[in-house]
Design a binder for this molecule. Structure first.
Ligand code: PEP
Ligand code: MG
Length: 556
């Protein structure tokens, strides 16, 4: 037995024979002309997108829809056409054109565009396969997929009933393939040096996506661990299913509101089916993504009204677009920034381009009027101080006046820039609610870039500095009656949810996939126990220790 170490990318364990993903074969006689191959590639991508949507994965399906748009991009096809006219074989021409477009994207200094470069290459390779008449890759039996790297479309394309686990020599936990693996519940380990050479002769692999390990020819002890994990998982899933109709509450009945984090109107129904009491975070920037131009007021209003209507009386927090940082958009041209996370991001954009934000504010007001929501909840991201709140409020007042609707929006803020906590008493006088963005709060408080895998261990919100900040925010909010929610990933983490409840947070918003595990964790402690644990964790020496204390209690 040999153990290879990588980076844990999706939790779970599985053992199966490896399936090495073969690189695409060399070019042969073309079966299809470029136009027909593009049509075929788009058809495949649409089919895959629909499959993911049917499985309740609309965000993941959008990745493939965006790829279908890329496949039909006239610039890409023109570049390929020029090469074909100069005598290059059709499949080689499209691959070279894709490579050229990808290289341009990679030259831009941010991770999201680099990730898009992989998508362009993937699309070009798919068109080239269609030109050659090659079928997409297939698994013939239940396997652990082993590859250098994997694109989201290939991951989606494989028969998921046969895909037991994923092991990649390259990749990172924030790569699309890892995000998709997590959404599909497939254990995955990425960034494993020497994997391909080591796995090529192996009869069986065990992927441990919790520990970030891959065992070649697992022994009796590993099998026992796997069997134990499978039994535990089954028990956990049964317990979570049983909690579906129960509200989010501690063992002694202290209620915490359960919100859903959504990114598009398509996410509304699955969130409601999963038992969401409202939306704690609607990331509206996703409505802007995958477009060449900013959506106009009417297009936005339709999207927002759809969500408001779906949730009816239940509260929906619409977050103003959080563009910039790791979420740039092609139509928002920023000067190159050395530190995009410390740059012109979210509401800071309004200082340069107020119309972008004003259009969104008018769209929300209009949507609220149309959906019959008199007091829509609007949330400003990246607020640093009172001046930020007042700037957004002035634009909001203008928007209400411009639309002329009888709507009184409630303006709340994301608490994710540490300065907002320092001046929380000032902010509490002027905002309707606080919602803590623990993802950014942790990265800013601990000076650890949230997209840097090398600092993954430093990005844990269980750190006492983050917990103390949250405690101080709750204390500042209380005299003003301002509710404090959490919509960062910490709210969907069972240990995090228990501590946040103990610290006095009244609403947790998370991806619906986390509802069951969080309900289960909270139901296993009384409010007094959660408070006691939280108090202890405020004095923990580091995040790992605090996490271990809570997990010990949850396991016991
Ligand atoms: C956060 O920062 O915690 C948050 C919820 O917002 P985002 O992840 O979109 O930055
Ligand atoms: Mg944030």
């Amino acid at each position: 037995m040999r153990t290879l170490r990588g980076v844990a990318a999706a939790p779970g364990m599985a053992a199966a024979p490896p399936a090495l993903l073969e690189p695409a074969s060399a070019s042969g006689a073309p079966h299809l002309a470029l136009d027909a191959a593009v049509t075929e590639a788009c058809r495949q991508l649409d089919r895959l997108g629909a499959r993911l949507r049917d499985r309740g994965l609309p965000d993941e399906s959008e990745i493939l829809e965006a790829q279908a748009l890329m496949a039909a991009d006239p610039e890409l096809l023109e570049a390929a056409g020029r090469r074909i006219a100069a005598g290059t074989a059709t499949d080689d021409a499209i691959v070279a054109a894709g490579e050229e477009a990808a290289a341009v994207l990679e030259g831009l200094p941010d991770e999201l565009l680099a990730a898009r470069a992989a998508d362009v290459r993937d699309v070009a390779a798919r068109i080239a396969r269609a030109v050659r008449g090659e079928a997409p890759p297939q698994l013939s039996r239940r396997s652990i997929l082993v590859a250098r790297d994997l694109t989201p479309s290939t991951t989606a394309e494989l028969d998921q009933t046969l895909l037991a686990g994923l092991a990649l020599e390259g990749g990172s936990p924030t790569a699309h393939a890892a995000i998709l693996a997590r959404a599909l519940g497939i254990p995955a380990v990425v960034g494993i040096p020497g994997l391909l050479a080591a796995a090529s002769g192996a009869a069986e692999l065990l992927v441990d996506g919790n520990a970030g390990l891959v065992m070649l020819e697992p022994g009796a002890e590993d099998r026992q661990r796997l069997a134990h994990w499978e039994t535990e998982l089954q028990g956990r899933l049964d317990a979570e299913r049983a909690l579906h109709d129960r509200p989010l509450a501690t063992a002694d009945g202290h209620r915490v509101m359960l919100g859903a984090n959504i990114g598009s109107p398509d996410d509304a129904s699955p969130a409601l089916r999963a038992g969401a009491e409202g939306v704690g975070l609607f990331r509206t920037e996703f409505v802007f993504m995958g477009r060449r131009r900013a959506p106009d007021e009417q297009t936005q209003a339709v999207a927002y009204a759809q969500v408001l209507r779906a949730f009816g009386e239940r509260p929906v927090v619409i977050r103003l677009m959080d563009i910039g940082g790791d979420k740039p958009l092609p139509f928002v041209v920023l000067d190159p920034e050395p530190n995009p996370f410390l740059g012109v991001r979210a509401i800071r954009l309004a200082e340069r381009d107020p119309e972008l934000l004003s259009t969104q504010l008018r769209a929300i007001v209009r949507a609220a009027a149309e959906a019959g929501v008199p007091r829509p909840l609007i949330m400003a991201p990246m607020v640093a101080d009172l001046a930020d709140v007042r700037r957004v409020r002035a634009l909001l007042d203008e928007a209400v006046a411009a639309v002329g609707a009888a709507v009184t929006p409630q303006l709340g803020i994301m608490v994710e820039v540490p300065s907002a906590i320092v001046v929380a008493d000032q902010l509490a006088r002027e905002v309707a609610f606080f919602s803590i963005g623990t993802n950014d709060l942790t990265q800013y408080l601990l000076a650890a870039d949230r997209t840097n895998a090398a600092l993954a261990g430093r990005q844990d919100p269980m750190h006492p500095a983050v917990l103390r900040s949250i405690a101080s925010l709750v204390a500042a909010a209380k005299p003003h009656g301002v509710p404090v929610a959490v919509c960062g990933e910490m709210g969907g983490d069972p240990a995090g949810a228990v501590i946040l409840t103990g610290l006095g947070v009244s609403e947790l918003s998370m991806g619906p996939a986390s509802f069951g595990a969080v309900k289960r964790a909270l139901a296993s402690v009384t409010l007094a126990e959660a408070q006691e644990l939280a108090k202890r964790c405020l004095d923990a020496p580091d995040a790992a220790t605090a996490r271990a204390w809570v997990n010990e209690r949850l396991a016991g």
